[in-house]
Design a binder for this molecule. Structure first.
Ligand SMILES: Cc1cc2nc3c(=O)[nH]c(=O)nc-3n(C[C@H](O)[C@H](O)[C@H](O)COP(=O)(O)OP(=O)(O)OC[C@H]3O[C@@H](n4cnc5c(N)ncnc54)[C@H](O)[C@@H]3O)c2cc1C
Length: 511
């Protein structure tokens, strides 16, 4: 995607839709369903660069790939989740395929379409998108009144691997989980997984049974919350034959209330919460295991994503001796593996660099407004959804603590409300605009690093839009605030500048 080459230009008339969505991941598909239900007369198309839907859940194919938050809240509000709370990528794709089928979304998706540029014309009140079309090997041009960016937050084509000294000398195989080779044979091999996040914690137990030995090498520890992969409340309600729609709604409310409490405690009583999380690990690993060294992070619980470990599988793998954890710095790679700063040689046939993502802003698309290139780091976000100076465009960036989809759903409702408001009032364009007074408010990073400091965000924060200190220019990353604020946000606020006018009558392409 990032390295997209501009293909031969196709000069055919642009295909027009009321709305173009970029990305057929959980956000884009959810947005499409909201459009179908809430604005059935609108035409829309999803442009997706891969050859199928799913986004994250299609891209990642490494052993054991699963969610790290529960599917009652990672699933959509409108479609009950009936499986186990932590789900495999396969189960999530199955759920999404049902959503696509039940809502007849398939005809609205154009796969193999990589959007490379998006230009807004104030005169025409129109976005023009150019996409590389894999089926024809040419570019194709689309126009739309409104652009809905659901392209996710990281570069799908390539994960993040730091440059370590001596990497070229290593004779074994280096693999990044984001581009997992289908035929990778790790049976009876020594495997070293570099990283300590949810991906490493998934890979280690999933591979441990087949490998000769698997080692997780981490620079610093992460918090993990072990627990049974079941939801007791859902199980009880199912026993009572309660309709699945009700169960979905009730269990979501319970989970959200519980995680609100955990978030509160992470700020107000971090030490007590830390002690509980560590006790969870100790219960699996025993008194003799050095929890202090390997599973006690330096940061406050929830300052980075807290990964649920279903049935404590990471810890049982370690306790069984099939897997081990080393907490140390990498001094250098060498022919047979890695030498750590404390002088330990870790030999491996395969090294997996579970070292995270490359933040990718707006799908690597070149944006312009009336011919002027848009640098998103110069924009200020309107409630984390719209951007100052960028007309008729909404952007989905989900929650980091609460499931991503909780915000994607709220944003979908907002977009439908905004589009309806514009139609009802004969308005063609909306541009979030900082007033004279707003220009002087303190401008802050997209996410406060004190609040959340995951590596990929810290590395890429300079690329992200900014936020202000007060609404509507604040981006709280707080579901419990947003669920009251977003549905009631004033669409006639002075920060939203509308243009009235006659829409150009355009031919609609076939769907
Ligand atoms: C392994 C893994 C596990 C995760 N687990 C969880 C979890 O349990 N809970 C949670 O809340 N979050 C989780 N996340 C975060 C997760 O990415 C999001 O929650 C969610 O899946 C993002 O969905 P999305 O549709 O917004 O973006 P994505 O899933 O990234 O999908 C975006 C789609 O847009 C396409 N696209 C991008 N640019 C272009 C372009 N220029 N032209 C055309 N198409 C384009 C991409 O190909 C992709 O298919 C996880 C992330 C990873 C990597």
């Amino acid at each position: 995607m990032s390295e997209a080459v501009i293909l031969e230009t196709n000069s055919a008339t642009p295909e027009h839709r009321d709305i173009l969505i970029v990305g057929a991941g959980i956000s884009g598909i959810g947005g499409a369903v909201h459009l179908k239900k809430e604005l059935p007369n609108k035409t829309f198309l999803i442009l997706e660069n891969q050859d199928s839907f799913g986004g994250t859940w299609k891209t990642h194919t490494y052993p054991g790939i699963r969610s790290d938050s529960d599917l009652f809240t990672f699933g959509y509000k409108f479609k009950p989740w009936t499986g186990k709370p932590i789900a495999s990528a396969g189960a999530i794709l199955e759920y999404m395929s049902e959503v696509i089928e039940e809502n007849a979304i398939d005809a609205h998706i154009r796969y193999g379409s990589t959007v490379i540029s998006a230009s807004w014309s104030t005169e025409q009140k129109l976005w023009t998108l150019v996409a590389n079309d894999a089926s024809t090997g040419t570019t194709k041009t689309y126009t739309a009144n409104f652009l809905w960016m659901c392209q996710g937050y990281y570069r799908h084509a390539k994960g993040y691997t730091p440059e370590w000294p001596g990497m070229n000398a290593y004779q074994g195989t280096v693999v990044h989980p984001q581009t997992w080779p289908e035929d990778l044979d790790y049976e009876n091999k020594n495997v070293l997984v570099i990283g300590s996040g949810a991906t490493a914690a998934t890979l280690v137990p999933a591979m441990a049974d087949k490998t000769k030995h698997i080692t997780m090498l981490q620079r610093s520890p992460t918090y993990f919350a072990p627990g049974e992969n079941r939801n007791e409340l859902a199980d009880s309600l199912r026993e009572l034959d309660i309709p699945k729609e009700w169960i979905h709604e009730i269990v979501r409310k319970r989970i959200l209330l519980d995680s609100k409490e955990i978030t509160r405690r992470s700020f107000e009583e971090p030490e007590a919460l830390r002690a509980e999380l560590l006790a969870g690990a100790r219960a699996f690993l025993g008194e003799d295991f050095d929890i202090e060294k390997h599973f006690t992070p330096a940061y406050r619980p929830w300052q980075q994503r807290l990964a649920f470990v279903p049935d404590g599988d990471l810890f049982t793998g370690i306790a069984s001796g099939n897997a081990s954890v080393v907490t140390d710095q990498i001094e250098t790679f060498n022919e047979t593996g890695v030498l750590t700063a404390s002088g330990e040689q870790l030999d491996a046939d395969i090294i997996v660099t579970a070292t995270g993502f490359n933040l990718c802003m707006f799908g690597d698309i070149q944006f312009s407004v009336d011919g002027t290139p848009v640098d998103f780091s110069d924009t200020v976000t309107w409630r984390g959804m719209l951007l100052s100076g960028v007309p008729n465009m909404c952007w989905v960036f989900g929650y980091l603590r609460t499931s991503w989809t909780m915000r994607a759903d709220l944003i979908s409702e907002f977009v439908c409300r905004l589009l309806k408001h514009m139609d009802d009032n004969g308005m063609d364009a909306v541009t979030p605009t900082l007033s004279e007074a707003d220009q002087h408010t303190a401008i802050q990073p997209w996410v406060d690093p004190e609040n959340f400091n995951a590596g990929y965000l810290t590395r890429g924060m300079h690329l992200l839009p900014k936020q202000g200190t007060a609404l509507p220019w604040r981006h709280t990353q707080d579901y419990y605030f947003d669920r009251d604020d977003i549905p009631t946000a004033d669409l006639d606020d002075a920060s939203l500048q509308y243009q009235h006018g006659q829409k150009l009558n355009r031919a609609v392409g076939s769907e």
